[in-house]
Design a protein. Structure first.
Length: 299
């Protein structure tokens, strides 16, 4: 099995916003390889504690090894950050100093062929962030109606040629099910006239399928109010997104929370999203699409 490797993005910026030196309880809702979590624990006082939430068993094993020097100051929970409220309730936590959510797929997941996230490798159409999830990408591709397929590809992939792609998928699957990443990628490229540029023609379709398989946008919409309610006075929610659909949700949710101020008052810490520096882009090209926003519970 491939060694779990993932480079955490916007590390310095995230630590500045979270300010773990203040101490308290921190939650990394997307633990991954524990890059951000380890940085929090390294900077936080000995009395501080971190809860890491992660769906992927491979990531959990890697994170546990990385965080071992900080035991017993951390707890790893296998689960979805959509259950943030329940996880904190079961842990007896009702106020936290900081919450970090790094939305998206890790480098390890993208680079592990059998996970089916990438069209770079021939693999089964999977794309589940949780390997035990009920629906994979093959199910969507081979069972959704042409209209529903087009909707998924257009709404979640912002792909203008969604109807053309859906039509070709449905026509192809009448002969035999579409089962591999490369088969689907070639089909999409064919539907788009084989156009090749800096971005592979199947990129938007694959993004759309991944979002649909994992219900990512619904989860994000649900977790933001839950996370805001968990913040103690002075606590901050920091969210890193990797495409415009996610960032738009975060932007609007933060703006609404900061403008209401009826019972709980919030302050926008970042009026505009923070992005990777030139130095980080040179080290990690995948950071190019990362956008980070933060909001603080005033009290």
């Amino acid at each position: 099995m491939q060694t779990f490797q993932h480079t955490a993005v916007l590390m310095d910026e995230a630590m500045t916003l979270l300010d773990p030196q203040r101490g308290g309880i921190y939650i990394d809702g997307t633990l991954g390889g524990a890059g951000h979590a380890a940085a929090v624990l390294a900077r936080a006082p000995e009395s501080s504690r971190l809860i890491g939430i992660e769906l992927d068993p491979a990531a959990i094993a890697a994170a546990d090894a990385v965080l071992l020097p900080y035991a017993p100051r951390y707890t790893i929970v296998r689960g979805n950050f959509a259950d943030l409220t329940g996880i904190c309730r079961r842990a007896g936590i009702d106020g936290v100093a900081g919450i970090l959510l790094d939305i998206g797929v890790s480098s390890h997941q993208l680079d592990t062929p059998e996970r089916g996230f990438s069209f770079k490798y021939p693999a089964a159409l999977d794309m589940r962030l949780d390997p035990d999830g009920p629906i994979d990408a093959a199910h969507i591709i081979n069972t959704y109606s042409e209209a529903d397929l087009a909707d998924v590809i257009f709404q979640f992939g912002e792909e203008r040629a969604s109807r053309r792609i859906a039509k070709m998928i449905v026509a192809q699957r009448k002969s035999a099910p579409i089962t591999t990443t490369t088969e689907l990628a070639d089909l999409v490229a064919q539907a788009l006239g084989g156009k090749r540029g800096k971005i592979h023609p199947a990129t938007r379709t694959f993004q759309a399928l991944r979002i649909a398989v994992n219900g990512e946008l619904d989860v994000l919409k649900a977790v933001i109010p839950a996370a805001l309610d968990l913040l103690a006075p002075g606590g901050r929610l920091v969210i890193i997104c990797f495409h415009s659909l996610e960032d738009r949700i975060v932007k609007h949710a933060f703006r609404d929370a900061s403008s209401q101020g009826l019972v709980r008052r919030y302050r926008l810490v970042t009026k505009h999203p923070l992005t990777a520096s030139d130095a980080e882009l040179a080290r990690n090209p995948r950071s190019r699409s990362a956008k980070m926003r933060a909001i603080e519970y005033v009290g």
